[in-house]
Design a protein around this ligand. Sequence first.
Ligand code: COA
Ligand code: MG
Length: 286
Amino acid sequence: MDTVNRPFRSVLYIPGSKDRALDKARGLPVDAIIFDLEDAVSPDAKVDARATLKAALAEDGYGSRYKIIRINGLDSAWGQGDIDALRDANADAFLIPKVSRPDDVQAVADLLGNGKPIWAMIETPLGVMNAAAIAAHPQLYGFVAGTNDLAKELNCRYRADRLPKQMALQTMLLAARAHDVIAIDGVYNQFKDDDGLRAESEQGRDLGFDGKTLIHPAQIAIANECFAPSAAEIELAERQIAAFEEVEASGQGVAVVDGKIVENLHVETAKKTLAKAKAIAEQDAE
Ligand code: COA
Ligand code: MG
């Protein structure tokens, strides 16, 4: 599948130390997996987790799911060892926690030495403020919002509407879009609250995120639904394209559909919607 249109609706964290969860993920309908060595793994399990994860990736069985390894930071006792142990593992990309500047990406790129795509957690105040420079790094492929760390760093309160985090979320989105980088929203901690997850997923989608990071299999279906174009959106996109082609043939540049203007820029968005729907249908068929 072409990576530009590749879906990232659901991106599930799996503790790299947990055999059972590593195995379970082989049958879960997620677009991507973050195999975690950082905060989901306790310090005394970190060294063993490298071998557990490497073996699971070698065995594979993850199909077309995009495989991301989240390493520990290079400022920790484990970051360098994670890279040494997993640089050649069967994964698509590496995710660096708490990225604050482009140099943090370059340092990992140098240690990896294989040109593999790098993703950055944006979860520190400096990371948000340097988001544009980080996104501009040539090996940087995606951003993941670290909304729990962000709340800790900002000292902000939890609110269902995420008002205190909006500036950070939108700053990282602007940076991602400016540099053609994927942007995945943060996790929803109350993994048994479906209504809350849906509301937050819809907000992230409306802001422009490509998908949501998840902590539990029970969250997958809602993220997949919220970040996919709906049947009504697909139908509208088809009508917009048809209506525009019709007026264009008669030498005009503006069509009207459902009482709203449709110009060439709306047609570009409509075509993107259809391409996304097609990529999702292909992914779901696998
Ligand atoms: N990925 C894959 N499988 C998972 C999973 C995950 N993130 N979370 C739970 N499962 C599996 C369990 O192994 C269990 O499988 P089983 O039925 O085959 O035994 C099943 O889903 C049901 O799990 P459940 O009992 O409801 O949850 P739990 O109490 O075992 O775990 C959490 C709850 C929150 C501790 C667990 O979901 C988790 O560790 N999530 C990831 C946390 C994380 O990665 N944090 C870092 C980023 S914020
Ligand atoms: Mg974090």
